[in-house]
Design a protein around this ligand. Structure first.
Ligand code: GDP
Length: 299
């Protein structure tokens, strides 16, 4: 993950290590290299520019400490700014004081949404909760089947509506009834998997809005494939404008993602990244910790 970005940032920061002190002149080249490294990692242009501006300002305004070299000081500043860019703090899911907590999961087709729903169910199960999955991705029968198969492997029930062997294509009804089912069967978390499309699509957005309206979720999570770079940021913006979601889930961080999505999304949509998904297996999900991610980026 982020190998190329890590390498380039390391090289950029090395160029300062021999300097006796930080001056505008001797960090200008480093700042240019950092910015180039970020842009090559597909970080949003504005985000990369502001990032280097802040690092430069801090570096020039920092008192030189005798105990550390200017190079080390600059590494610390870059680290701090990366943590800030990634959101500073880990942010948990909003849980309802009165069960069930309703979590709506949205995103494009192929983003890893269905897999994430099952992962989240397992995550809560391990915490002693009783999740219920709702199969509101009703247009592709394979999607309902996929959710059922994943759920069976972790022993979590799925709510879906089928009549005469056919999936009933009413996502709002599935969501609403799933919440009732959870109340009836004492499940304390409902995770609703919704239909995605390959691209932003009006019908898809309207449907997710209708589900939101019908079940008033405590948490709306937007799932995005981190390999898609700038597209991930644009998709996040479009979903956020319509849904005003609470958090982002970054998937496929195990792939050779360049890092752009991870580094841009938080500051572009101003919503926390809450989970990172790092594999196809259902236990490959971790809460997102900005400081740990910054450490990995810096190598
Ligand atoms: P959906 O269409 O958004 O519901 O996406 P799926 O959950 O069906 O996932 C699409 C593909 O991506 C599947 O083959 C998943 O196994 C895979 N996938 C999901 N999350 C991850 C991840 O974090 N890492 C990797 N490598 N693959 C993932």
């Amino acid at each position: 993950m982020f190998e190329s970005l890590t390498e380039k940032l390391e090289a950029a920061l090395k160029s300062v290590s021999g300097q006796g002190r930080i001056t505008e002149l001797n960090i200008a080249g480093t700042m240019r290299e950092i910015r180039r490294a970020l842009l090559e990692a597909d970080v949003n242009y504005q985000v990369a520019r502001e990032f280097t501006e802040r690092v430069k300002e801090k570096a020039l305004g920092t008192k030189v400490l005798s105990s550390v070299s200017p190079g080390q000081q600059l590494v610390k500043i870059v680290y701090d700014e990366l943590v800030r860019l990634l959101g500073s703090e880990q942010v948990d899911i909003n849980l309802s004081p009165t069960p069930p907590t309703v979590i709506l999961v949205a995103g494009l087709q192929g983003s890893g949404k269905t897999t994430f729903c099952a992962k989240l169910a397992l995550y809560f199960k391990k915490k002693g909760r009783a999740p219920l999955l709702a199969a509101a991705d009703v247009y592709r029968p394979a999607a309902v089947e996929q959710l059922k198969t994943l759920a069976a492997s972790i022993n979590v029930p799925v709510y879906s509506i089928e009549e005469n062997g056919q999936v009933v294509q009413d996502a709002v009804r599935v969501a609403r009834e799933a919440v009732q089912e959870a109340r009836r069967t004492a499940r304390d978390i409902v995770i609703i998997d919704t239909a995605g499309r390959l691209h932003i699509d009006e019908a898809m957005m309207q449907e997710v809005e209708q589900i939101k309206e019908a079940v008033r979720p405590h948490e709306i999570l937007f799932v995005v494939d981190s390999m898609t770079g700038q597209d991930a940021v644009n998709t996040a913006k479009a979903f956020n404008e319509r849904l005003d979601f609470d958090g982002v889930v970054l998937t496929k961080l195990d792939g050779d993602t360049r890092g752009g999505a991870a580094l841009s999304i938080r500051s572009v949509v101003n919503k926390p990244i809450k989970f990172a998904s790092t594999g196809e297996k259902l236990d490959a999900l971790t809460p997102f910790y900005p400081d740990r991610m910054a450490q990995r980026i810096l190598g």
